[in-house]
Design a protein around this ligand. Sequence first.
Ligand SMILES: Cc1ncc(COP(=O)(O)O)c(C=O)c1O
Length: 471
Amino acid sequence: MAQLLGSWRRHGSRQGAADLAAGVRLLVLDGRLPAGTGLPPEREVAAALDVSRTMVAAAWERLRADGLVVSRRGAGSWTALPRDTRRGEYDDSLDGLRPVIDLARAVPSSVAGVAEVAEAALPRLATELRGHGYYEQGLPELRERIAARYTERGLPTSADEILVTNGAHHGLALALRLLVGPGDRVLVEQPTYPNAIEAVRAAHALPVPVAMTDDGWDLDAVEATLRQAAPRLAYLIVDFQNPTGHQLTESARARLGAALRRARTPVVVDETQVELDLRAEPVPLPPLGAFAGDLVLATGSAGKSHWGGLRIGWVRASAELVDRLLAARRGLDLGTPVFEQLVLAELLGAPPAPLRERRATLAAQRDVLVDAVRAECPDWSFLVPDGGLSLWCRLPGPVSTRISAVAQNFGVRVVPGSFFAVHGGLERWLRLPYVRPAEELVEAVRRLSQAAASVAETRAPTAGDGLIPVT
Ligand SMILES: Cc1ncc(COP(=O)(O)O)c(C=O)c1O
């Protein structure tokens, strides 16, 4: 802990306990000191940091008050995450009046009309109640509708090539369960969706990152990694990548498909953002499955197109792979709730007006965020994405974790660039989703610029500050 803390004392500061508490707070919030880590006795911490035991006790007291340290007599102390951070709730407020603005999640609220569709689905539910309700592969009419959308997008698909899941993330977990064993390598983009990194690790596999460039995918590097690292699986988000917003061009899809076929590497293609093309005239591109055939397991979801709370997603794969996924699923769960499937089947069968409205709202919110960042944080840079849910901002220095930690005090919740990396880093990057209403985005950016200014005022630790040299 002493090493992680580095030079925790602010230059010239006389508030040792406050500085120590702030240092530990940062380590806990950015995950370097994971929640549940046991803390050594105060006198040992005092000796390691060469401070008084009273100072450590005072710092621990502050952390206890913030919910970042829990102590129990006889059992010692350990780190913890405060309840609101852990559950991502945003019912807390900055000063008792202004709510904290949550830009940590890149998830929009529901499209219009879901409640009405749910009500209209009740008679169908009454019919279903007479049966057992276990559709292990998913409700046939929902699978038909999902398959029809793939056919429309240029990849002829039948209902037996669809497995309905409890969200796209469930689909990835099932694919990992089926295709990957302990120690296997899984190629991922860097940056990528943080929960995907978690899922790979939970499968005891090793994520192998391939860096994205400012222009998108470095296919030379992807091809070299497929050859040299021989990954058992790849995980890619080729449509409005989370967090960068890039979309793989049609010719690049053909090249990537050929590379995957040469290496015979199966790939999970995360299509959760594919319906979020924000151009005035959306440019539909053929799914990667059109270029890499049966090697592709596409995961999709109603989470971004309709509502995440439905918790419905799907996998599109060959019928043979779907059967194997089904077999792998039986050790885990036995199907997706029927009512939500009925609702989504209705939503997918209805005219796409709510989705068109969603795209227009997101495009307007993106433009407001772009203008706000350009006005308030002129030294941040980004590409304006054609789709997806966030701006991926390059900061003027390696301060992403510090800004996101300090931003809490200014009433904004953001996640630092390091969350999107396999081994940390990406400290010059910050993801800003545009899923909140315009006025909230403007206020959030105003608060973030204040947080960034306060970070710029405090000197970052340097090697001369007493960090222990490592050779
Ligand atoms: C890229 C990506 N994949 C998967 C998911 C999870 O999807 P679902 O909610 O359908 O499990 C998300 C949600 O934020 C996402 O951004």
